[in-house]
Design a protein around this ligand. Structure first.
Ligand code: MG
Ligand code: FE
Length: 172
């Protein structure tokens, strides 16, 4: 019996595709930020690391989808108006871009964490036990990223203010 013979199974496959699209969105947002960052090298380095992790997350999702007969060339990411992408564009106008992006990045990781917790629950419910380790790896990377971002909110705020006081590039 194929997984999409049940309604819950096909909803699970939709969830996997949505996660793949969400990761595509994440790559765009982070890619745009690392190109602009100049005064926050630790953040830039961590974002570059998470970009690499995110590509791996997409590969794990593709493998799971392929295990259910989805041809990877058929995994087209719907153009999603996910909050973060619009936010990252809007923030480039702001004098406090670094802060707004810090808040948005933290929020984006929350969205991803919730999405993977939901997908793991679905995988268990529909019996896709082979997928669970890979989904947990994705979840663990999102949790680690969010924890790191949380530690950066206060130091980033202080650096932003002191760079601004010194008349240096503070907003990116
Ligand atoms: Mg991710
Ligand atoms: Fe993430």
């Amino acid at each position: 019996m194929a997984i999409n013979d049940t309604e819950s199974g096909s909803l699970y496959l939709t969830g996997l595709r949505n996660a793949h699209a969400l990761e595509g969105e994440a790559l765009q947002i982070m890619g745009r930020q690392v190109e602009r960052l100049t005064s926050y090298p630790e953040l830039e380095a961590r974002l570059r690391q998470h970009i690499d992790e995110t590509k791996g997350q997409q590969q794990r999702l593709v493998k799971i989808l392929e295990s259910h007969g989805t041809d990877s060339s058929a995994i087209k990411d719907a153009v999603q108006a996910v909050m973060g992408n619009m936010a990252a564009i809007g923030h480039s106008m702001a004098g406090d871009e670094i802060l707004k992006n810090s808040f948005a990045n933290y929020a984006f990781e929350s969205f991803e964490i919730a999405a993977y917790k939901s997908l793991i629950t679905m995988a268990e419910r529909v019996g896709d036990h082979a997928a669970i380790d890979a989904l947990r790896q994705n979840l663990d990377e999102e949790v680690a990223m969010q924890e790191w971002l949380e530690t950066q909110i206060e130091p980033t705020t202080l650096r932003f203010l002191s760079l601004a006081d010194q008349g240096q590039q503070a907003k990116i």
